[in-house]
Write a protein that binds this ligand. Structure first.
Ligand SMILES: [Zn+2]
Length: 235
């Protein structure tokens, strides 16, 4: 494995998926036999469920927040944060909703699937809410229920977040994908977008994915060991 000096690149994009969070011990929702497998998504993770019983859905998401708060960012999260803080042009694009990048010190992350740490009103937009329990579950302006600002089953991705992600990937010269099999659209198209711009593409994932052939380099290691040894952040 060679060592990358971030200063050799103009614009670096880190694209992270479930594997990045799993290494911190964060339970995944969709995984087989996971912590949440006893919960039926139709009752907890879609707009219809929320409309039916907002309190039940909100308390389920509070439980997910507590599970995340019990975990810590790993060395890979901290490496990304150091690279971002030491370089003028680093974009983090993530499929994770747990806010681990920010907790590790990232100054920016495009969250394709939203965040467990925001609630939103359909009329008045999103509010940040970082505690173990929600500060308020109704909108201060109109009084209606606030729903978790995450992409549920059946929801559309936020077009603005998607647009900004694609714009960054289309002009980066180093693209590092971490812990994602990348088979779900639109994320499945991201490595090809980076490649078309001539970006150097690195895949960090213990297992090969159907898109592995699009990468110039593959690191078959966990992110927590691969990222700190790949990047020379002067520490
Ligand atoms: Zn409102």
């Amino acid at each position: 494995m060679h060592v990358i000096n971030p200063a050799d690149y103009r614009h670096i994009v880190f694209f992270t998926g479930a594997g990045m969070s799993a290494e911190s011990g964060i339970p995944t929702y969709r995984g087989k036999g996971g912590t949440w497998s006893a919960y039926n998504w139709e009752e907890y993770a879609c707009q219809e469920a929320f409309d039916r019983d907002p309190e039940k859905v909100l308390s389920f998401h509070e439980m997910r927040r507590r599970a995340v708060l019990a975990c810590e960012p790993h060395a890979g999260h901290y490496t990304i944060a150091r690279v971002q803080r030491g370089h003028p042009h680093v974009t983090v694009v993530t499929q994770n909703i747990d806010g681990m990048h920010q907790r590790a010190g990232c100054t920016q992350a495009l969250e394709l699937h939203g965040s467990l740490w925001r609630l939103r009103c359909s009329l008045h937009g999103a509010v940040e809410d970082l505690g173990e329990t929600y500060r308020s579950v109704t909108c201060s302006e109109c009084g209606q229920w606030l729903r978790p600002d995450i992409i549920w089953f059946g929801d559309m991705l936020d077009p603005e977040v998607t647009r900004m992600s694609i714009a960054a990937i289309a002009e980066c010269d180093l693209f590092v994908s971490i812990g994602t099999s990348g088979v779900v659209w639109p994320a499945a198209g991201y490595p090809e977008i980076a490649r078309n711009n001539g970006a150097y593409c690195i895949e960090i994932n213990p297992e090969a994915s159907p898109l592995s052939h699009l990468y110039d380099e593959h690191l078959r290691h966990p992110a927590g060991t691969a990222l700190p040894s790949l990047f020379d952040t002067g520490q």
